[in-house]
Design a protein around this ligand. Structure first.
Ligand code: NAP
Length: 508
């Protein structure tokens, strides 16, 4: 597959990580292409914004229907570029479809003009707030969920009335190209310029997009790159959303359903080869159930089989350089007294098989080890015994990251209280990554996991600016914002304020 984009910095190939087969050749766009894309997007954004809520909604729903009809075709492309099992790719696309649908159907309600009470002191004013599009949004995406993750910004930015320039990861440009072409055929039909554009390339392309004059950058990737994006964006005061990595914890209470918790830890930690920002990387288990839980988790993990054939549990590492990070974390953990399970693993090297990493459970790892503190992004989980749910919360919170978390407990009330106490943007109770299944729930992080929110009403508002309008419909009985005011006008206003706000409230 090739693309017609011209390039000023060469081309690059995208390769199937399982087979090494070249999937496509893409241009590396530089500052010139980024500037040209912004200029096209400006025109497109005006056209798109003027379509109005209903027409944009209908067009986005057309796009959604097209993606749904062609789900299998897109899934194969995701499988080819990332190596993940085709069914995992299908489920990823299903979630993206739900987001297009939610954003399209709720944009008007959330962002459209609505009246707010103007207050007793300003009854002569009618007050409305509405959320207007920012203009052109630059979306920079990662490779691990190349449809779902960028869609969390793309669908919401489009529904809010913006044009979007999408720079996919250099590992997944063909998926990005597919999405952009499918939008053009459906929602973008008739536009003088493309409303959703593709800009392929590597980090240099992302950097060029950041400084190209877009009105906001929606970045998803590592915290290290987010820092570079923010520094570059600061030059033009371009606002940034940063959706970064995580080190999510799963906490198992003493009365939890251990089968459900073990299933969740295995899936949450190891699906997609652990290459999930909200993947479970740390598990804290209450002392009385620690051994039973560990046995159940080990049994499940032992049955998993990485590979590229149908029926494999998960695929290869999409980004080969990640294997070095995993090797470093495993080696350090074992050197510091950690134990690697299943016990068939005799050394760290046994876990690494070419481009694949076998599942590894690490126990007895000190909390300051890299495997506990840094994002591993591989099919490994640390499991630690804790005295109580409270100690689990304390250790889970002792992380620079704060994206998601899970709590398993026999008491949903205790679990929800724990969810509140966790320093994360989201939490799942008696389930794992379940907050991702609800498009109305905002998604985003704390600390090194970033800031800003995608998804839900907050996700729509990220791509709009609030516009306040106060409109006088009758003369003020006590006009004070005029040089013609009288002492009586001021006294009347002060009297009203003293009456409304100066009295002691009866204690309730
Ligand atoms: P990354 O290396 O930080 O790259 C993210 C994106 O930024 C890629 O498109 C990358 O381009 C681009 N980029 C690189 N340098 C840039 C620069 N100087 N200016 C602008 N853009 C630049 O992350 P990744 O390896 O693709 O993704 C994995 C990370 O994403 C993990 O930390 C994961 O947890 C996180 N993630 C977070 C979420 C979330 O929603 N919070 C979701 C998924 C993943 P190239 O790839 O072409 O170099």
């Amino acid at each position: 597959m090739t693309t017609s984009q011209t390039s000023d910095a060469g081309t690059f190939e995208t390769v199937n990580p399982a087979t090494g087969q070249v999937i496509g050749l893409f241009p590396v766009a530089g500052p010139e292409q980024a500037a040209a894309a912004v200029s096209r997007a400006r025109e497109a954004s005006r056209w798109w914004a003027e379509l109005g809520w209903r027409e944009r909604r209908n067009r986005l729903l057309d796009w959604k229907a097209q993606v749904t009809r062609q789900l299998d075709e897109l899934a194969i492309l995701v499988h080819d570029e990332t190596g993940k099992p085709a069914d995992d790719a299908r489920l990823e696309i299903v979630l993206a479809i739900l987001h297009i649908d939610w954003a399209a159907r709720h944009a008007h309600r959330v962002l459209g003009a609505h009246r707010v009470f103007s207050g007793v002191a300003a009854l002569n004013l009618s007050a409305t707030v509405e959320y207007q599009p920012l203009g052109v949004i630059g979306v920079i995406g990662p490779w691990n969920y190349p449809v779902l993750t960028p869609m969390g910004s793309i669908a919401y930015a489009l529904a809010a009335g913006n044009a979007v320039i999408f720079k996919p990861s250099e590992f997944t440009p063909a998926v990005g190209e597919w999405l952009v072409a499918s939008f053009a055929q459906t929602a973008g039909r008739g536009s003088p310029q493309p409303v959703l554009q593709l800009l392929t390339g590597d980090g240099r392309t992302g950097a060029a997009l950041t400084t190209s004059g877009v009105d906001k950058v929606a970045f998803t990737g590592s915290a290290a790159t987010a820092r570079k994006v923010m520094a570059a964006a600061a030059e033009r005061l371009t606002p940034v959303i940063a959706e970064c990595g995580g080190k999510d914890a799963l906490i198992v209470d003493a009365d939890a359903d251990l089968n459900a918790a073990a299933d969740a830890a295995a899936w949450g930690g190891l699906s997609n080869a652990g290459q999930t920002c909200i993947g479970v990387e740390r598990v804290y288990v209450a002392d009385p159930v620690y051994e039973t839980f560990l046995a159940k988790l080990t049994e499940r993990v032992t049955a998993l089989r990485p590979g590229s054939e149908a029926g494999a549990s998960y695929g290869p590492m999409t980004m080969p350089s990640q294997i070095e990070v995993i090797r470093r974390h495993l080696t350090d953990a074992v050197a510091r007294g950690g134990r690697a399970l299943p016990s068939s693993l005799e050394s760290v090297e046994d876990a690494i098989d070419g481009g694949y990493v076998r599942p590894v459970i690490l126990t007895d790892v000190p909390e300051d080890a890299a495997a506990v503190r840094e994002e591993t992004f591989g099919p490994t989980i640390t499991v630690r015994r804790v005295a109580s749910l409270e100690e689990g919360i304390r250790l889970a919170n002792a992380s620079a990251y704060g994206l998601g978390a899970s709590i398993f407990s026999g008491s949903r009330r205790r679990a929800v209280a724990a969810a509140r106490a966790l320093r994360t943007g989201a939490a799942s109770v008696n389930s794992v990554v379940s907050f991702m299944l609800v498009p109305a729930l905002p998604f985003g992080g704390v600390g090194e996991s970033g800031f800003g929110r995608i998804h839900g009403a907050d996700g729509l508002r990220e791509f709009a600016r609030a516009k306040s309008i106060a409109s006088q419909w009758m003369k003020s009985p006590a006009p004070v914002t005029t040089f013609a005011r009288t002492d009586k006008d001021v006294a009347r206003t002060l009297g009203l304020v003293r009456f409304l706000h100066g009295r002691r409230r009866p204690r309730s």
